[in-house]
Ligand binder design. Structure first.
Ligand code: ZN
Ligand code: ZN
Length: 370
């Protein structure tokens, strides 16, 4: 008999209970709970199910230190169906990242670092000759289904004395390659006022809630004019929590001023996975639940919002006929201590916990980290 996996009695985000059947890797049927059929059953007992989570900012090239990790450790094992490597590799090594993605269970996509050397060192834009436009365009063309955009880290320790020149070059390259740009922000120079006006529609600012001196909010927590202008131009904001780039104070200021939540991402790699403050995408999502965002908005920030930006809407929905990418999770009512990148601590009363994941139709249980 043909295998037909049945996910039975799961709560969808519209709060309805449903059964979902998967056959040949695709969603075969979505029915009212109790009506589905299958040869192998996973019982949900009313816990949640969403389309497969997407983490738009991770570091999945294990060889690079400090910013590297194993694909499935930060993907499927944590309930994340699709991870997007945020510029670990430039043109020199991107082919190896593509190869290791093919061996992993988790879906892997990537931003190509505009510096051909990528994160083989952490000042990858300190020499302008490392921005090799021709090599980048060729690499993007070689892997069109894999490279979703370009990445440029525009902060002092990365660009050295080059100011915004690497960003100008990256923006020109983005035009030439017809790919949007993800820009990392951090300590200046260059100043945030010089950086943000150079960004264009569909570009993404990652680390937008960082608590550094050069961030997007003034001393009172009011959003800077350059941020408001950028939002009007269609620039997207990505969390990119990371070791040093998420501040509760900035996040609370953003919420107070109605700065929208677009994509929640972790900027996870081995160090901040094992020692915090990131641990997992679910832990970052729990912080936004704590901040008062409804569960639907938190889940949209790791599903439909990311899928829409990627122009892969099928990754962000549950529809019969699509390849099955799903995340099974629960929201547990229990006290949890949350720490940001500034060592500020908050006590929350509920946390999001992934239970299992379906990637390309294959079901895997998550590792219990509780
Ligand atoms: Zn960064
Ligand atoms: Zn990063």
């Amino acid at each position: 008999m043909k295998e037909r996996l049945l996910l039975r009695n799961f709560r969808l985000l519209n709060r309805r209970l449903a059964d979902i059947a998967i056959e040949d890797g695709r969603i075969a049927e979505v029915t009212e709970a109790g009506k589905g059929t299958g040869t192998r059953v996973i019982e949900g007992s009313g816990s949640y199910l969403s389309s497969g989570w997407i983490d738009l900012h991770v570091h999945a090239f294990p060889e690079f230190d400090p910013y590297g990790d194993e694909i499935d450790e930060i993907g499927a094992k944590q309930g994340v169906a699709t991870i997007v490597d945020a510029g670990s590799c430039g043109a020199d090594r991107i082919g190896e990242l593509v190869e290791s993605g093919r061996r992993a269970k988790t879906n892997l996509l990537a931003f190509l670092n505009v510096s051909r050397i990528g994160l083989s060192r952490i000042d990858e834009l300190s020499k302008l000759e490392w921005i090799d436009g021709e090599a980048a365009i060729q690499a993007a063309k070689r892997f069109p289904d894999f490279v979703v955009g370009l990445k440029a880290r525009i902060s002092r320790s990365v660009v050295g004395g080059n100011g915004v020149e690497p960003l100008r070059m990256a923006r020109a390259l983005s035009e030439a390659a017809d790919l949007p740009l993800m820009v990392h922000i951090g300590s200046g120079p260059p100043s945030i006022e010089e950086i943000v006006p150079l960004l264009a529609k569909k570009d993404i600012i990652t680390h937008y809630l960082n608590g550094k001196e050069n961030n997007l909010f003034d001393a009172e927590g009011k959003p800077l004019q350059v941020l408001l202008d950028a939002l009007r131009r269609g620039i997207r904001l990505d969390v990119g929590h990371g070791t040093a780039s998420f501040s509760f104070r900035a996040a609370e200021a953003a919420k107070r001023h109605g700065i929208g939540l677009h994509t929640i991402s972790s900027d996870i790699y081995r160090g901040n996975r094992l020692n915090g403050p990131v641990y997992s995408l679910a832990n970052v999502m729990t912080k936004f639940l704590y901040l008062g965002y409804p569960l639907e908005e938190v889940i949209a920030a790791v599903t439909s919002n990311a899928a829409d930006w990627l122009q892969r809407p099928e990754l962000g929905r549950i529809r019969v006929g699509d390849v099955a990418h799903l995340t099974l999770f629960s929201v547990r009512n229990e006290p949890v201590v949350l720490t940001d990148s500034e060592d500020e601590v908050r006590m929350a009363s509920e946390r999001i916990e992934p239970k299992g994941v379906v990637v390309n139709g294959e079901y895997m249980e998550c590792e219990d980290r509780a």
